[in-house]
Design a protein around this ligand. Sequence first.
Ligand SMILES: Cc1cc2nc3c(=O)[nH]c(=O)nc-3n(C[C@H](O)[C@H](O)[C@H](O)COP(=O)(O)O)c2cc1C
Length: 200
Amino acid sequence: MGKYLIAITGASGSVYGLRTISALVSGGHEVHAIVSAWGDRVISEETGRPFASWIEELGLSRDRVYDPSDMAAPPASGSFALDGMAIVPCSMSSAGSIASGIAGSLIHRSALACLKEGRPLILVPRETPLSLPDLRNLTSLAEAGAAILPASPAFYQKPRGIGDLVDFIAGKILSRLGLEQRLFDAWGSQAEDGVSGRQS
Ligand SMILES: Cc1cc2nc3c(=O)[nH]c(=O)nc-3n(C[C@H](O)[C@H](O)[C@H](O)COP(=O)(O)O)c2cc1C
């Protein structure tokens, strides 16, 4: 089982982050989490509850949830041997900070530690349209070794609701971390009549 860090920043789509955490915890992985102040605000706006009220439901250990201002927390160090980190969703502000090498919060410092140690780092940006600075920052991050995995779910899976769209992105994150995922059917595993082969 792996050791993963999931950070939630203040972009829309907080449920992608919550779902990614729950899928990793369900898979038996050691999951650490950081939520920015604006990430917490967006979680409240979008789910009606702050992150603190989700911790137990997600199966997270409270001692693995870090204050984003605590630069002395374990993920700040490159010696904290993560198997991967995902920032989901990732605000353009956080993307810009990391792209510039500015470690102003534990989230940014942890991401930069992953880059310097050559560990998997996935950013799930959510913004539209993208400005030229956004595009340049995302390009810099890709050049530095991060995977840019936009929060843009596919519709060829014939989603039955928002949950399927969220699962598609969470499943993509798990796959990019090198994990087997069962959150959506891989293309080609659908029945010939076009009906998804997944079990409901
Ligand atoms: C309800 C709400 C939705 C937001 N959605 C986005 C978004 O989709 N993408 C984005 O880049 N910023 C979005 N923002 C702005 C960020 O929260 C803001 O830039 C913040 O400084 C990000 O800080 P953080 O990266 O430390 O979380 C949103 C803010 C609010 C209040």
